[in-house]
Structures are given as C-alpha cells and as structure tokens.
Design a binder for this molecule. Structure first.
Ligand code: THG
Length: 266
C-alpha cells in the first residue's frame, strides 16, 4: 500500500499560515511526523496562493526534502507550479493529478509525456461528475490510453476513481468500490489511489466511517491512499485489512505492527 501524507495542504489554516510565514521548522516537523508514521510520499499543496503558487510550491518541495528522504506528491493543476516544483525536486515524485478536464489535461500532459514521473489520474471530465462505476471506468480508460500513447508507463499510473460525499447519492460509496474492483481487473498493471475522507462529509463519527470504508476499498484491491498517517486507527485499519486480504506474507507486517504497538490506541 502506497501512503501519501495529506497534511501539508495550504487549505488547512495552520499550514496556510506556516507557508505564508515561510515557517520551515513547522513544515519540516509535519513532514517528519508523516514519514515516521509510514508515509511513502508527502503531498505538497499551495493551491490557495493564486498567482504565487509556483513560488510557494517550490519552497515547499525544498523545505520538505530538507527534512525527509521520501519523494513528494506534487498537488497542483497549474503547469507553472508543477514545473517550478519539478525543477528542485530530487528523486521521482508523483504528480497529483491529471484528469480528462480539458485545461488540466492539456496543461499537464506535455510535462508527463516520455518521463518516468508517477501520476495520479483522477476520473473526472468536463461536464457532469462521474456517478456510476461505468462512468469511472470509461474515464479511466481514456486517461490510461492517452498517457500510455504519450509514453507514460502504465505501472506509473495511479487511477483515482474519485470519492464523493454520501448525500450526493446513497450509492456513490458502492459505485466507488465497484470501480476500484473493475479498474484492477481491466488495467491490472496500473495502480489505484484515492483520498477517501470525502465519503463521510455529512456524517457524524467520520473517523469510524472512513476506517470501515478504507477496509472495504482494500478488499476491492485499493493499493494507495492519501491520508493523515498520524491517525493511528486508520493506519491500523490499513495494516489489518492488507493482512486479512492476503497481501502480507506470513502476516509478518501485522506481527511487526503489533510489536510496535500500532494496535494500541490512546
Ligand atoms: N484525490 C486526489 N488528491 C486529493 C484528494 C483526492 N487531494 C486533496 C484531498 N483529496 C486529500 N487531501 C486532504 C488534505 C487535508 C484534509 C483532507 C484531505 C483535511 N481535512 C480536514 C477534515 O476533513 O476534517 C479539514 C481541513 C482542516 O483541517 O482545516 O485536513 O480525493 N488525487
């Protein structure tokens, strides 16, 4: 399971303030915490700084990479910001994300074409949001065809079927889960990815709902997620689900997690 730590996102008040103040100690601390808790990538998002996003995103990449050794997930639709971030990034980041929305697509495709960059392919197109499994699978197919035609390797594509809040439709959770399963069957060499906290947007006890939804998604084959890795219950859920579905030989990772007290909650 590939874990992207979601916390360095300027839309969160404390992070927006830290970025504005160029508080490298605070950004470095949050990056370190996420990696210590198991993040494979650190998401960096400076999207609220319209006009100055490129400069802030570049600073975030430099600051995060001074603190930790893992690559970043560069979270922006703006090609200027992505280019600025790539110019300073060491190692191979993941771009979050291309979609079939025309502007976003046409802006990011030239940056990705022929490279070894990893990329999240978000199942969204212009016009209506995807509703059914079939909508998601069709958009995923367009994205994969297009990226592969432009010499992006299929193993570097992480398809995000898009989690929507329950309350838009009762069945959007099931449509997402069925889409994960169908994507794994249809594009077996590609990966999947999602940010899943949206599912519980209107509900009380969101943490509990999010953990259960994660376990259900892992059962369908989800192999990447954008989460808060400091959330011990969520990380324990991920570990247990992976072991139970058979992705943990001799349950070694589960046993190690137990020894490291991952299953003991405050
Ligand atoms: N797919 C892809 N990228 C994504 C998402 C996705 N990036 C953004 C988002 N969804 C995932 N990232 C975050 C980052 C922070 C928070 C949630 C998702 C967060 N939320 C607080 C909450 O939900 O309670 C509220 C914000 C706050 O603290 O102010 O922190 O789906 N590809």
């Amino acid at each position: 399971m590939q874990i992207i730590g979601e916390l360095i996102n300027a839309s969160r008040k404390s992070i927006g303030k830290a970025i504005k103040n160029r508080d490298a100690a605070m950004i470095g601390r949050i990056a370190k915490q996420q990696v210590a808790c198991g993040a494979d990538y650190v998401d960096v998002n400076a999207g609220v700084f319209v006009g100055d996003e490129a400069e802030y995103l570049k600073w975030l990449v430099e600051t995060v990479q001074e603190a930790v050794d893992v690559p970043c997930a560069i979270d922006s639709p703006d090609p200027r910001a992505v280019e600025a971030a790539l110019a300073v990034h060491k190692g191979t980041p993941i771009i979050n994300s291309i979609s079939m929305e025309k502007d976003r697509h046409d802006n990011l495709l030239p940056i990705l074409a022929g490279t070894d960059l990893k990329v999240i392919a978000l199942c969204v197109e212009d016009g209506a949001m995807p509703e059914t499994k079939e909508d998601r699978l069709r958009i995923a197919g367009r994205l994969v065809d297009d990226l592969v035609q432009h010499d992006v390797r299929i193993e570097n594509i992480y398809i995000d079927p898009l989690v929507q809040p329950l309350g838009t439709t009762d069945t959007c959770g099931k449509a997402f889960l069925d889409a994960i399963e169908a994507i794994r069957e249809t594009f077996s060499e590609a990966h999947t990815m999602c940010g899943l906290s949206n599912i519980s947007y209107w509900l009380p006890n969101r943490g509990f709902a999010n953990q259960i939804f994660m376990a259900m998604a892992i059962a369908k084959g989800l192999d990447g997620a954008i989460v808060d890795p400091r959330n011990k219950r969520m990380m324990a859920t991920i570990q247990a689900a992976e072991t139970l579905i058979g992705r943990d030989s001799y349950c070694e990772n589960y046993l190690e997690a137990h020894r490291n007290k991952l299953f003991e909650f405050p």
